[in-house]
Design a binder for this molecule. Structure first.
Ligand code: 4NP
Length: 151
């Protein structure tokens, strides 16, 4: 049986596409499926933000084929682990949970590095390139831990 992992942010164009690409590059695709979604519908069918594509390219990771989609309650049925980027994503996803089992699937991704501290991956959308570099570095570290745990 495959393990299914979903990465979630607000727009599904900056942070969660990087998290998806990074984790997918670290696991065996025959055993583990990785996807991403946004809690908003702002960027449905859009490509990832150019700045996320650029920082990924710098690390020889191609995320340009991903397209934005919105998180739906049925994602709780399709995914075993749902990693959200910040506390606001957490609240928005938890609102759609139907059962305690759904709720238990949701975790802040940086709790993998800083257990129980509930630290946000800062939204880099309105900032400069340095914000994207910071996000990349945090997600690189967190996804290495996740890959080790589920592989
Ligand atoms: P993301 O960043 O949640 O990391 O994809 C954002 C992208 C777009 C918007 C906000 C955050 N927006 O307001 O359009």
């Amino acid at each position: 049986m495959k393990t299914n992992v979903l990465m979630v942010c607000l727009g599904n164009i900056c942070r969660s596409p990087l998290a998806e690409g990074l984790l997918a590059s670290k696991v065996n695709p025959e055993n583990i499926k990785v996807d991403s979604a946004g809690t908003s519908g702002y960027h449905i069918d859009h490509s990832p933000d150019k700045r996320s594509v650029a920082i990924a390219n710098l690390h020889e990771l191609d995320i340009s084929e991903q397209r934005g989609r919105q998180f739906v309650a049925e994602d709780f049925d399709r995914f075993d682990y749902i990693y959200v980027m910040d506390n606001s994503n957490y609240e928005n996803v938890i609102k759609l949970a139907r059962t305690e089992e759904d709720q238990r699937k949701v975790n802040l991704i940086l709790n993998k590095i800083f257990p129980k501290e509930n630290v946000d991956v800062p939204d880099p959308y309105y900032g400069g390139d340095q914000g994207f570099k910071n996000v990349y570095d945090m997600l690189d570290e967190a996804t290495s831990i996740i890959a080790k745990e589920i592989s």
